[in-house]
Design a protein around this ligand. Structure first.
Ligand code: ATP
Length: 395
C-alpha cells in the first residue's frame, strides 16, 4: 500500500500554564511533560482537571499564559494553529455535513499540503481503504453510523500525516461495544503508523488500556506520568491510587507504631490491627509513630480461613457477582454501621466466584502484604523508602 508512514515528532511541554479570568482560574498549572517520537500518551483526570485546555494549547487553539510547547525541534508556542503540524480528532467528529466523505477527508489535505488533486484523491482512497471506509467515500456524514463517522474523522486526521495526533475523548459518543472495537483499531493504527499521540479521556480504563504512558491530572496539576502498570502498582499519591483502578483502592486511616521488627498499624476501630513484617515495612523507609492512610486494592484483599494471624474481622454488607469474580462490600470489625460510622462499607474485596458468604456473615479478611500502600494523610504523598519520603504527622 502506498500510504506513507506518518512523520513522527516528539512533543515537549515546558512549564505549561493557563489561567482564565485574570488568574482566578488556574486550568493548567505548570505542566512539564516530554513525549517521545511515536509514543501514545493518554491524559486522564476528573472533570475540570485541565485535560482539554492542555490539548487545546498543544493544538494552538488556546494561548498559554506561560510556558513553552515544542514539536520536534521547533518551538511552536507562538505558531498559529493552522501552521502547526497537528491533527485533532474530536468527540463530536466535526465533519462537514454537506460534503461527501471523500471531500471531508480531502479538505484538510488541500489546506495543509501542496499535493495535486490527483495525489490528494489517491491518498484519500488509500487511507479510506485502510480504515475500512472505502465504500463510503461518496456518502455524506448523515448516512453514516456513529462508528463510521468516527472512522472518517480518524481517517481525515491520518491522511494529513501530521507530526502529532491529538484525540479529545473521541470515543465518548459510541456505545460500549463499539468503543472497545475502536480502541483496538486506534491502537493498531498507532502501532502501524508510529503515531505520536496525546489522547484525552475521562475514562481511566480507556487510558490504562490504550496508553504507552498514562498521565494523570488533578486540579490542573500533573500527578503522575508513567507506564500503566507502574502507575497502577506504584501510585505516587493517594489521588492516583484512588483514581486509577476500578473498584477504587480501599483507604483506611491508621496509626503506625514501630515494633522491634516491623510496624503495627492500628485503625480507629479496636478490631483493626495489622502488623507489617520487617521486610515490607522497610520498603516504606523509616516509619515513625504517627498517622498514615493505608491503601489496598480490592484484588489484594481476600477472605481467609482464619489461619492468618494478621487477618482482620469484618462483616459482609453486600455481595455483588460480576461474572468473573465477586465483589464483597465489607464493614471492618464487628459493627454493621461501617468503620467511618456513615453506614457505607469500609472495604471492597474482589474474590473468586466460589467465595459466597451470606450478607451479615462474619469473616476474616487478609491483605496481600506486598500490596499494602501507605500515604501521608496531610500531603497524600505515597510513603516510600526514597530520600524524599514524607515524614509522618506526629501524634
Ligand atoms: P472535562 O473532562 O469536563 O472536559 P477538562 O479536564 O477537560 O474537563 P478543562 O475543560 O480543561 O477541563 O477546564 C479546566 C478548568 O478551566 C475548569 O475549571 C474550567 O471551568 C476552566 N475553563 C476552561 N475553559 C475556560 C474558559 N474559556 N474560561 C474560563 N474558564 C475556563
Amino acid at each position: 500500500m502506498g500510504v506513507r508512514l506518518c512523520v513522527m515528532a516528539s512533543l515537549e511541554l515546558d512549564g505549561l500554564r493557563k489561567e482564565f479570568d485574570g488568574g482566578s482560574i488556574v486550568a493548567v498549572d505548570d505542566i512539564d511533560l516530554s513525549i517521545d517520537d511515536g509514543e501514545f500518551v493518554t491524559v486522564v483526570g476528573p472533570s475540570g482537571c485541565g485535560k482539554s485546555t492542555t490539548l487545546r494549547m498543544i493544538a494552538g487553539l488556546e494561548r498559554p499564559t506561560s510556558g513553552r510547547i515544542r514539536i520536534g525541534d521547533e518551538d511552536v508556542t507562538d505558531v498559529h494553529a493552522r501552521k502547526r503540524d497537528v491533527a485533532m480528532v474530536f468527540q463530536n467528529y466535526a465533519l462537514y455535513p454537506h460534503k461527501s466523505i471523500r471531500q471531508n477527508m480531502a479538505f484538510g489535505l488541500r489546506m495543509s499540503t501542496d499535493l495535486s488533486k490527483a495525489e490528494r484523491q489517491e491518498r484519500v482512497t488509500e487511507t479510506a481503504e485502510m480504515m475500512g471506509i472505502g465504500d463510503l467515500l461518496d456518502d455524506t456524514p448523515d448516512q453514516l453510523s456513529g462508528g463510521q463517522k468516527q472512522r472518517v474523522a480518524l481517517g481525515r486526521a491520518i491522511v494529513r500525516e501530521p507530526d502529532v495526533f491529538l484525540f479529545d475523548e473521541p470515543l465518548s459518543n459510541l456505545d460500549a461495544k463499539l468503543r472497545t472495537t475502536m480502541r483496538t483499531e486506534i491502537q493498531r493504527l498507532q502501532e502501524e503508523l508510529g503515531i505520536t499521540a496525546v489522547y484525552v479521556t475521562h475514562d481511566q480504563e480507556e487510558a490504562m488500556t490504550m496508553g504507552d504512558r498514562i498521565v494523570i491530572l488533578n486540579d490542573g496539576k500533573l500527578q503522575q506520568a508513567g507506564r500503566p502498570k507502574t502507575v497502577y502498582e506504584n501510585p505516587t499519591n493517594q489521588f492516583v491510587g484512588g483514581f486509577v483502578g476500578s473498584p477504587s483502592m480501599n483507604f483506611l486511616d491508621v496509626t503506625a507504631e514501630p515494633l522491634s521488627s516491623g510496624v503495627r498499624l492500628t485503625g480507629a476501630h479496636d478490631d483493626f490491627s495489622y502488623d507489617l513484617t520487617g521486610g515490607r515495612a522497610s520498603a516504606f523507609g523509616d516509619i515513625q509513630r504517627g498517622s498514615y492512610v493505608l491503601g489496598i486494592r480490592p484484588e489484594h484483599v481476600s477472605v481467609s480461613d482464619g489461619g492468618d494471624q494478621n487477618a482482620v474481622p469484618a462483616t459482609v454488607d453486600v455481595l455483588e457477582p460480576i461474572g468473573s469474580d465477586n465483589y464483597l462490600y465489607l464493614d471492618l470489625g464487628e459493627s454493621k454501621t461501617g468503620f467511618e460510622g456513615d453506614g457505607a462499607p469500609d472495604f471492597i474485596a474482589r474474590v473468586s466466584t466460589d467465595v459466597e458468604p451470606a450478607i451479615g456473615d462474619r469473616v476474616q479478611v487478609s491483605f496481600d502484604e506486598s500490596a499494602v500502600h501507605l500515604f501521608d494523610p496531610e500531603t497524600g504523598e505515597a510513603v516510600t523508602a526514597g530520600e524524599d519520603a514524607p515524614v509522618a504527622t506526629p501524634q
